[in-house]
Ligand binder design. Structure first.
Ligand SMILES: [Zn+2]
Length: 151
């Protein structure tokens, strides 16, 4: 069951069977996943034996599904590690945070994304991320004031 107030849990993913456009990836994480894709144990089968099946898109975060031509094992490659997303900003949150930091808003993010041929979030998703980012900034500011008062 999705967590209350966590828009990423309830948002539907877009799925595509054809790749097009550009993506933002955590390059070390991406290459590490590819290098570690040795699902045949000690054999020499690897990622090179896999075919692209589909892409699941959560705005700027992507998951690519591959299937082995030999054994039909399905594997996922992700554009960034989401295991610790409670302790760091996801690429979607980072994009919203950075566009706000430069004085922009949804229109600027949408225009920028279109200009570099990348996916863009809806205005509703932008507002959801903006609330989460704003709450985190408020919490950090409050903690700074508490820390300063205690010194
Ligand atoms: Zn295989």
């Amino acid at each position: 069951m999705p967590k209350e107030g966590n828009s990423e849990c309830v948002r539907k993913l877009a799925v595509a069977n054809v790749l097009s456009g550009r993506r933002i990836v955590h390059i070390v994480y991406l290459f590490t996943q590819i290098q570690n894709e040795k699902h045949h144990g000690d054999t020499d089968r690897s990622f090179m034996d896999m075919d692209f099946v589909k892409e699941e898109v959560d705005v700027l975060h992507c998951t690519w599904i591959f299937k082995c031509r030999v054994c039909n094992i399905v594997s996922e490659i992700m554009s960034e590690n989401r295991e610790n997303k409670e302790t760091y900003m996801t690429i979607n949150e980072t994009a919203v945070h950075r566009i706000l930091a430069t004085g922009g808003g949804y229109s600027q993010l949408s225009e920028c994304s279109a200009g570099v041929d990348m996916h863009c979030m809806s205005n509703k998703t932008f507002l959801n991320h903006m609330k989460k980012v704003s709450d985190a900034i408020d919490d950090a500011a409050l903690q700074s004031m508490v820390d300063a008062a205690e010194e």
